[in-house]
Design a binder for this molecule. Structure first.
Ligand code: AMP
Ligand code: MG
Length: 337
């Protein structure tokens, strides 16, 4: 199959929407990362998403709507707290897990009786949902296990020949996937996957925000994940990633003592002055690091890095999302200096 590259003109968005209506799969830009979009209510189309990504069947897809009011159509009940959160954060990089109804096939929800609902703010994604009239299932548009795509070129790298089209909407703004939450009770939510909507932002609306244990810790044998995606090794380039916590002086000493062929370091923009080894940088603060992390992991593969020492990001604010992705890219290999 030839994968066509579309732009963001109304004619091209119409074409993308038509493809989706007819059971096709299209790479679509969103404000978080690029998604692989198909009609969420069409089991055959959704099956093709799992095949194109090589995604495990028990890893649920998020369903994207153009307005949160449409969630009524796909769920059995919406708690009051979920409505208040949606009022504040939708459209935006937030997914709310709700009990699903029969409009969402089990293949879409990875066998769960719940569905993650998101209302994206990106104008291209928003328009394609409107034009197609479909709820759009859209996981990140990468091959399962590889870093998520933040540009149309990344999607082409992974998906050319497997999907109908990719819509180029420029570089993703946030760079990490949406925050996924479930509602625990009338005042409390649980963060299942951290993203750009942070704990502190949610605390403006909720009495309590629980950070799920699996966000920072490896699941033990037999433990089940509240968020199935968290149990897989994920986001990894081919290079062996090692995350190192500590200041730049300690980091530099560590690299010096563990230097070998093909080693690159991924450090902060402000770290470079006295750093004598091969490196790339990924920003000065957590939001910049979220924006660049996946792009840098892909670039490190392109230049043939064998091993990457990453200077760990802060674990608060958006930094928690960056840390969560990196700890999985590193297969939980963290050195604490
Ligand atoms: P991705 O599609 O790559 O952005 O990953 C979506 C992730 O959201 C999954 O891997 C799950 O961890 C999480 N998720 C989606 N739907 C649900 C759900 N119904 N319950 C819990 N977690 C979910
Ligand atoms: Mg993903």
């Amino acid at each position: 199959m030839e994968t066509i590259l579309l732009g963001d003109s109304e004619a091209d968005l119409n074409r993308a929407a038509e493809l989706i209506k007819n059971g096709g799969i299209v790479g679509i830009p969103t404000e978080t990362v690029y998604g692989l979009g198909a009609d969420a209510s069409n089991p055959d189309a959704v099956k093709r998403i799992f095949e194109a990504k090589g995604r495990p069947a028990d890893n649920p897809l998020i369903v994207h709507l153009s307005d949160f009011s449409q969630a009524e159509k796909y769920t059995t009940s919406i708690p009051e707290l979920a409505r208040r959160i949606a009022d504040r954060f939708c459209p935006g990089p937030l997914t709310i897990v709700l009990p699903k109804n029969d409009m969402i096939p089990m293949i879409t929800s990875g066998g769960l009786y719940t569905v993650g609902i998101r209302v994206p703010s990106h104008s291209v994604m928003h328009r394609i949902i409107e034009l197609s009239g479909c709820p759009i299932a859209a996981p990140s548009a990468n091959t399962s296990g590889l870093p998520s795509p933040t540009s149309a070129a990344h999607v082409m790298d992974d998906m050319a020949g497997k999907i109908e089209a990719v819509v180029d909407g420029g570089q993703s703004e946030f760079g990490v996937e949406s925050t996924v939450i479930s509602v625990e009770n009338e005042s409390s939510v649980r963060i299942l996957r951290p993203g750009s909507v942070t704990k502190d932002m949610l605390l403006e609306i909720c009495g309590e925000v629980i950070i799920d244990h699996a966000i920072l810790h490896e699941l033990e044998d037999g433990q089940t994940a509240a968020s199935p995606g968290m149990k897989y090794k994920h986001y990894s380039p081919k290079a062996d990633v090692v995350m190192i916590e500590g200041n730049i002086k300690a980091f530099t000493e560590y690299v010096e003592n563990h230097m070998e062929n093909g080693v690159y370091s991924l450090i902060y923009d402000g770290d470079t002055e006295c750093f004598p080894y091969q490196y790339m940088t990924y920003g000065r603060n957590s939001s910049e690091q979220a924006h660049w992390i996946f792009q840098r992991l892909r670039e490190l593969d392109e230049i043939g890095a064998k091993k990457v020492f990453v200077r760990a990001p802060a674990v608060d604010g958006v930094g928690l999302a960056v840390y969560n992705r990196l700890i999985r890219a590193a297969g939980f290999e963290v050195i604490r200096l």
